[in-house]
Design a protein around this ligand. Sequence first.
Ligand code: SAH
Ligand code: SF4
Length: 363
Amino acid sequence: MKTNLLNYDLQGLTNHFAQMGEKPFRARQVMRWMHLGGAADFDDMTDLAKSLRAKLKDRAEVGVPDLMTAQKSRDGTRKWLLDVGTGNGVETVFIPEAERGTLCISSQVGCALECTFCSTGRQGFNRNLSAAEIIGQLWWANKALGVTPKNERVISNVVMMGMGEPLANYDNVVTALSIMLDDHGYGLSRRRVTVSTSGMVPQMDRLKEDMPVALAVSLHASNDAVRNEIVPLNKKYPLTELMAACRRYLAKAPRDFVTFEYVMLDGVNDRPEHARELLTLVRDVPCKFNLIPFNPFPHSGYQRSSNENIRIFRDILQQAGLVVTVRKTRGDDIDAACGQLAGQVRDKTRRQAKWQQLHLEKG
Ligand code: SAH
Ligand code: SF4
C-alpha cells in the first residue's frame, strides 16, 4: 500500500521524510506542491530531484478523493460531491460573499449524534473521514476556484459545518486544521477557520490546547428540556457544562467570542420567552448569535419559524446588547443550505453500535 501524503501535516510529513532518509526542507517542498500548487503527480514537482520523485512514486501518493459531481447555484454558491469509497459521498459547499469566500467542509460520512432537525443526523453514521479526505475538499475547491485577480486565494474562510460532528473525529480534524493554518499548506488565519460543534465538552477542552481556532457552538435551545429533545448529546453534556466549556475555550481562542448557532424551529424554540431565557443562559459568555432559519428536508416534521417571529426573537437579543445575525439561505436550488447536506451515506451498520457506546459512556 502506498502512503497517502495528504494524511500528514508538516510535522507528520517531516517525520515521514526522515524515515525515508530525506531532509526536512524536502517535506516542506512537497507540502507546498501538494497544497499551494495543487499538484497530485510527483512528476509535476519540478524542483525535486529525479531520484526523489522516483522514490516517492514508488512508495507514496497524493490521494485526493474522486469528484462525483459539481454544481453551481443561481446565487453563485458551489457544491461538490466527493467519492469517499463504497458508494459513499460527502459534500463541500462554497459561499461567495463580497468580502470573503467561505468553504463549508464535512468531517464525517453521516453523523451519529442524531439532532432531530438535521438531515445528516437523520441518515445515521457511516465513518470518520481521513485527514486526506477532509483536506481533499479544500484541495478540490481551491483547484476549481483558483485565485482572485489580485492573486489572493478565493477561499479566505473555512467552516467545519458540513456533514458530521468535527470533534467526534478529533485527530483527523486537528491534522486537517494544522494543514489549513500552515504557511506551507493553505496559510489560513486561525480567526478565519471555524469549528462548529454540537457541544462535545471534553474535545472542546482539548482543541483549545491543541489547535485553537474560532469556535461555533450549536446551541439551538435555551433550556435543557428543549435541548435534550432536539440535540440528544445534551443529555450527556447539559447546558451549564457547555457554557463553562465555552468560557474555558475563550481563554485560549483567537477570537474573543463564541458564535452560538440557533436554528429557528416554529413553535419549538422560537418564542419570546426562549429568547429571554437565552439572555440569562449566556450572561457570562462573550458571544454572538447566528439565527438559522430551519432548512426543510423531506419528512423532517419541522417548520421554519415565520420571518415575523425570527424578527421578534432577534430584537429581544439585540435590545439586550447582543450581536445577532440572521443567516441568509444560500444555494437552496442545489440543496446546499445548512443542514441539507445529505451526500450519500450508505451502509449505516455502525449506527447502532455508536449509539450504544454513547449511552454506555453516559451511564
Ligand atoms: N455537527 C456540527 C457541524 C455541522 S452542522 C454541529 O452540529 O455544529 C452545521 C450547523 O447547521 C449546525 O449549527 C446545525 O445545527 C445546523 N443545522 C443542521 N440541520 C439544519 C437545518 N435543517 N436547518 C438549518 N440548520 C441546520
Ligand atoms: Fe450531527 Fe451537527 Fe447534524 Fe447534529 S447538527 S446531527 S451534530 S451534523
